[in-house]
Design a protein around this ligand. Sequence first.
Ligand code: ADP
Ligand code: MG
Length: 573
Amino acid sequence: MQFNEMGLDPRILKGIEAMGFETPSPIQEQFIPVFLKEPKDIVGLAQTGTGKTAAFGLPILQTIQPFNRVPQALILSPTRELCVQIAREIKEYSQFLPEIVITPVYGGADMNAQVKALRGGTHIITATPGRMHDMIRKNKVDLSQISILVLDEADEMLNMGFQEDLDAILSMTPKEKFTLLFSATMPSEVASIAKNYMTNPLEISVGKKNSGAENVEHIYHMVHAKDRYLALKRVLDFVPEVYGIVFCRTRQETGEVAAQLIQDNYSAEALHGDLSQAQRDFVMDKFRNRGVQILVATDVAARGLDVNDLTHVVNYNLPDDFENYTHRSGRTGRAGKSGVSISIIHMKEHGRIRQIEKTLGKKFLRKAVPSGKEICEKQLFYLTDKIQEVAVNEEEIGPYLPSVFEKFNHFSKEELIKQIVSLEFNRFLDYYGNTPDLNIPDSHEVSKKSRQVQPTLEGLTKFRLNVGLSKGISPKEVINFVVDATGRRNVEIGRIDLFGSYSVVEVEDAAGKALLRNSRGMSYRGTFFDVEVYNENRGERFQRGGRRGDAFPRNEGRERRDDFKRFERKRRY
Ligand code: ADP
Ligand code: MG
């Protein structure tokens, strides 16, 4: 089906044409005509880069009544960047419908200015849930005529803890409206939003659920954890024209890796939530305009960043949440292009690769980290290509040439080439001249260390909470929870271990019963606590995101700090 067979307004078709869209993407093809014919609640499942924005944006434009300058559509998305991007994209589709106003509303920016923009009259609001909820609470926005509500990147909004805001917004918008939910994945939290707030939604799913982009090659390199950064450098040096994102797991790691790369002369910038909005904008623009080759980013900061043509995605660390791997690798191989997703792992992460392969339904290829010699070769040919291809500005350089020729008079052609190439190339030779192989030989593979059981001091019992780092829980919040549940300010708490999807906390025996009983019905960022006595033998460490701290050798300090957090015992609160 073509765009002009979908029942779209001719002015919208003109806009699509002006943007250069020739044929609709699968989600657009399945979504647009169905919704235009008979509007209904729809759940759209599709990986990133499949054109979801137009899938909901075009039908929205079609339903807006321009003469009625009140918000008629509300589009919620997880980050300010996405919010702005969606507004910009829809503005472009509507270039031949100039009377339609689209207003982005997001946190971290002056609320009064946004309120003013809304007062000036608008038809479509793109918003982050937190700021929208704020506006509703302060009575700054009229949602009484919203007829279409979009939840874009719903899984990510929930990951980011927007559940409460979403609940509030969903219940404040008119009952008679159509709700469209888009998500790359369908975890139970998303399914329950669909269940609670949507009426018999039609499910449209494009491609296999959870599958990465088809034309992405998944590669991993296995190195010792201490060599991770060195391996990253080699990966980057091996593709001189890399234009890609290096994903890290934490803000801190992102900052550290970026700073190190910059110091080592790479064209890199960090993108993470600790930066101010202005800094983030600056970095994103710079990356989009190719003013920088490598973006080092956290999952959240990079989510939805619409940059096409990435050559590589590098997983400096595997994500805690496997679903994020899909998102990460989906940043490359977009729009029919081929892409490469490289993961740098250490020996103990082998099992996680297998897990991701299963989730993704695709095989990873284990490749050797490029050797110093291979990198030098690659860089050398890159350099010679560059010398061949460089455009010579005859007019400008002409006047200087006679004296330049004069200077190089005594060099032979061969000598001169050697000199020029060395100028650029010496730093690779210096660096890689005699470097060791970083690869771990196969025979070495994954020695399964026997698990030591951490002894618990007398009088304390270990409890398992179903909430962990992935929900953003902190030790302090675990303590507050235990204090609240037991109702005892001076309850004795021992060690607290935070894992990806769960936590383990030692609590004095005497308070155990109260903890188990009273925790029922208490919740953390939208998840009800489920507390049980921790069972050492449950084999938790191979579950999603959760790994036992004991699996990490002591000398991997930095590794361990990010993967797993432990707080030493015997404090009284
Ligand atoms: P998603 O939200 O699914 O991740 P986007 O809506 O951001 O994807 O679209 C990804 C890119 O593809 C954007 O640059 C968009 O302009 C472009 N795009 C969308 N639909 C089409 C189409 N039918 N033809 C060509 N390019 C398209
Ligand atoms: Mg999108």
